[in-house]
Design a protein around this ligand. Structure first.
Ligand code: GDP
Ligand code: MG
Length: 252
C-alpha cells in the first residue's frame, strides 16, 4: 500500500521463464501488494517458474492472444483485484522494477495519473544495447507522433508503464488491437482524454531473452503507430468517431 492505495504489478508474459525470477526479485514489496502474471500460452516454463517463486495471481491463456490481448487480461484482473496503482512491466528483465517506488509516488501524490519509464530520456537506450535500427525507428516514430498528435513524449514504445485506476477505468482499451500496437493506442487514448503523462529516465538492458521482436514485426508495428497517430489527429479534429476513443462500457 502507498498512501492507502493498493499497488499491483502486472506482468504480460510470453516465454519469460528465463527472466521472470530476476525481474520478480527486484519488486519493492514494501509498497507492492499484489503481483499478477498473465501467461499468453507460452511455449516454455513461464507458469511453473511463476508458481515456484510465489506469484499468487496467475492467469493462463489457453491460446496465444497476442501482446495486446495479454494486457487486456492484465488490466481487467488488476481492476477486479481492486488495484489503485497498476504498474505494467515486461517480465523479460529489460526494465528494472526498482523504479516502481518513484513511479507509484507520482501517482499516489496526485501529480500524474500515468508514468512511463523512458529508455530515451538520458542516454540509456544505446548504452543498454538497444539495436541501432530500433533506436532510429523509435526516434523517428516518436518525432512523427509528437508532431501529428501534438504531444511531447520522449518515447511511446516503452514496456514500463504505471496507471492510476481512474485512467484504466476511463479508456476503452478493450477496443484496442490484440497485437503490439495496443501500447500505442493506449497512450493515444490517454492523451486524447486529457490525462497528463510523466516520464522517468529508465535504464534498459538488451540481451538475447529480452528482445524477440524482429525487423518485420517492428515494421508492422511502425505502420500501426502511424495509423494510430492519424486516427488521433482526425478524431481530435472532429472528423471521425473511432471506437477506441469512446467511453468504455464494462461489466466489472
Ligand atoms: N502476449 C504476447 N507477448 C509477446 C509475444 N511476443 C512477444 N511478447 C512480449 O512482448 C514484449 C515485448 O517484446 P520484446 O521482444 O521484448 O521487444 P523489445 O524488447 O522491444 O525488443 C515482451 O514482454 C514479450 O514477452 C506474443 O506473441 N504474445
Ligand atoms: Mg523486451
Amino acid at each position: 500500500m502507498l498512501k492507502e492505495k493498493k499497488v499491483i504489478v502486472v506482468f504480460p508474459a510470453y516465454n519469460a521463464g528465463k527472466t521472470l525470477e530476476n525481474t520478480y526479485r527486484e519488486i519493492p514489496f514494501d509498497i507492492v501488494d499484489d503481483v499478477l502474471l498473465v501467461d499468453d500460452a507460452s511455449k516454455d516454463n513461464t507458469v511453473e517458474v511463476a508458481r515456484k517463486i510465489g506469484i499468487k495471481n496467475i492467469i493462463r491463456h489457453e491460446k496465444n492472444k497476442g501482446y495486446g490481448g495479454n494486457q487486456k487480461s492484465c488490466y481487467d484482473t488488476a481492476l477486479a483485484l481492486k488495484g489503485d496503482i497498476i504498474i505494467m512491466v515486461h517480465p523479460d528483465y529489460q526494465y528494472t522494477p526498482k523504479l516502481i517506488h518513484s513511479m507509484s509516488y507520482l501517482i499516489a501524490n496526485g501529480l500524474y495519473p500515468v508514468v512511463l519509464g523512458s529508455r530515451i530520456l538520458g542516454m540509456g537506450a544505446l548504452k543498454g544495447g538497444m539495436p541501432l535500427y530500433k533506436y532510429i525507428f523509435n526516434r523517428f516514430l516518436t518525432l512523427s507522433q509528437n508532431i501529428i498528435i501534438g504531444a511531447k513524449l520522449s518515447e511511446y514504445h516503452t514496456g514500463y508503464r504505471a496507471f492510476s485506476r481512474e485512467v484504466l477505468e476511463n479508456i476503452n482499451y478493450h477496443a484496442n488491437s490484440d497485437d503490439f500496437v495496443f501500447d500505442n493506442q493506449m497512450l493515444s487514448q490517454i492523451l486524447y482524454h486529457g490525462y497528463e503523462i510523466a516520464e522517468i529516465t529508465c535504464p534498459t538492458k538488451y540481451f538475447e531473452e529480452s528482445s524477440s521482436i524482429n525487423f518485420s514485426r517492428s515494421l508492422k508495428y511502425g505502420l500501426g503507430v502511424m495509423k494510430t497517430s492519424l486516427m488521433h489527429a482526425t478524431q481530435k479534429l472532429g472528423l471521425a468517431n473511432f471506437e477506441i476513443y469512446k467511453k468504455p462500457v464494462r461489466a466489472i
